[in-house]
Design a protein around this ligand. Structure first.
Ligand code: FCB
Length: 457
């Protein structure tokens, strides 16, 4: 069955199993606002947005969707959609304003109210414990370059689990440790804005160690915990005019640094060979200590996959530039989102079947924890419907080919603060007027509601 952007009729999208979980995703800094309310500490994003030129038009998340005050309205929207589950993130500096030490009860109270509102609406709360808003106080100590951050994270997770674990069973430890490492510490285009290129690699291990320690903390404090990590994964593609040796080597390097660096240790308990990227056994061995990998690789209940598009790679034009690859443009003419990202639904089938081929029995059930697109403002968003239809069909195709996929969370419920792009990229099923906070469901909202309803027994 070819995967194409299917018809607008949600009942014609290939079916997933009746118990498949339908959800939507958001993240704290992107929607909550209330940036210094109720004792919240500063995060690295609160700092970064104030750096001149860091965010388009100087936008900040100070108010964002004001979800902190309007969450009841947002839960009502989710109820109208018929969501099974809602993926949101918990802001570490709301709970521990300095990252460690003193707990702020008002921060915990907010998530307590949100969880209760979701449960009242019949929606399973699915929190992510870290979606990039590291407490600034910890960044001042080196952030994720400092191993101590991993231990602080597990302590924070324990505080949250003790408060919410009676009602919250499905947890996601980290969001996209690859993007946080590369954009935040490698290229400096996200907070904390450090441009270390390959010297950012220790950030990978410290995040993964945090994931491992936190998995233990969740299993200890939450009976029946269901633990996932959300990794950003991309199929790596070559252009048809690629040179067999050097372009293929660059693609393989990119696959190592984007995909395998974060999946191999979690699923196989070992890192891919990083020696070509400046990490000799000796240097990397000083970062990865005895026992770390056993913690990182403990069994997971699922692997979250965030998919947006494949990545095309060529050998670096300037080999002395510090990276073993260059990003390339695809030569095929793909439709583009408003962000300019190519729309490639079959890349998602390729990704999911490729994970199964690579990891076999070591692969836990998969969950699509993010997928969606930015489209021009307005509520007649047929292009978003086509994007979702094509990608959900791609998931169904992977499932038909034997990949165990349990759920799909679209990014995003609401238009929100899209990091360095500010409010310019609109990913929501619901349009948000950022001047007034007014929410207006788009055509894709009704489409997704009908798709979910069509799957109900
Ligand atoms: C992902 C992020 C998410 C959102 C989407 C568009 O990388 O996890 O917060 O910005 O991209």
């Amino acid at each position: 069955m070819p995967v194409t952007a299917s018809s607008a009729d949600p009942t014609r999208v290939p079916r997933l199993p009746a118990d498949f979980v339908w959800g939507a995703s958001t993240a704290a800094y992107q929607i909550e606002g209330a940036a210094d309310e109720d004792g919240k500490g500063a995060s690295i994003w609160d700092t970064f947005v104030r750096r001149p030129g860091a965010v388009l038009d100087g936008h900040t998340g100070d108010v964002a969707c004001d979800h902190y005050h309007r969450f009841d309205e947002d839960v009502a929207l989710m109820r109208r959609l018929g969501l099974d589950a809602y993926r949101f993130s918990i802001a570490w500096p709301r709970v521990l304003p300095a990252g460690a030490g003193k707990v702020e009860p008002r921060g915990l109270d907010f998530y307590d109210r949100l969880v209760d509102a979701l449960l009242d609406a019949g929606i399973e709360p699915t929190p992510t414990l870290f979606h990039w808003d590291l407490p600034q106080a910890l960044e001042d100590e080196g952030g994720w370059l400092n191993r101590d951050t991993a231990y602080h994270f597990a302590e924070y997770a324990t505080v949250v689990a003790e408060r919410l674990g009676d009602r919250v069973k499905r947890w996601i430890t980290l969001n996209e440790p690859f993007v946080h490492m590369s954009f935040g510490y490698g290229f400096g285009v996200h907070a904390p804005g450090r441009a270390l290129l390959l010297d950012a690699l220790p950030v990978a291990h410290h995040q993964l160690l945090a994931h491992g320690l936190t998995t233990t903390a969740l299993r200890t404090n939450v009976p029946g915990a269901h633990v996932l990590i959300a990794n950003n994964c991309t199929p790596v593609r070559l252009r048809s005019d690629a040179r067999a040796d050097e372009d293929a080597a660059a693609a393989s390097a990119y696959d190592v640094l984007h995909n395998r660096l974060f999946n191999d240790p979690v699923l196989l308990g070992r890192y891919p060979d990083l020696s070509p990227y400046g990490m000799t056994d000796e240097s990397w061995g000083g970062i990865v200590r005895d026992g770390d990998l056993a913690s990182v690789a403990q069994p997971l209940d699922g692997l979250g996959i965030n998919y947006y598009n494949p990545t095309w790679i060529t050998a670096p034009a300037d080999p002395s530039g510090g990276l073993p690859f260059d990003l390339a443009e695809p030569e095929e003419t793909y439709e583009r989102t408003a962000f300019g990202w190519p729309v490639v639904p079959d890349g998602l089938t390729e990704l999911l079947t490729g994970l199964k081929a690579r990891y076999g029995e070591a692969l836990p059930p998969l969950w699509i924890t993010e997928n969606g697109c930015s489209q021009p403002a307005g509520t007649e968003d047929q292009a978003r419907i086509d994007y979702l239809a094509g990608h959900i069909a791609a998931v169904a195709e992977a499932s038909a080919r034997g990949v165990d996929v349990r759920g799909y969370f679209t990014w995003s419920l609401l238009d929100n603060f899209e990091w360095a792009e500010g409010y310019h990229q609109r990913f929501g099923l619901v349009e948000v007027d950022f001047a007034t906070g007014l929410r207006t469901p788009r055509a894709s909202f009704a489409w997704y509601r009908d798709l979910i309803a069509a799957h109900r027994p």
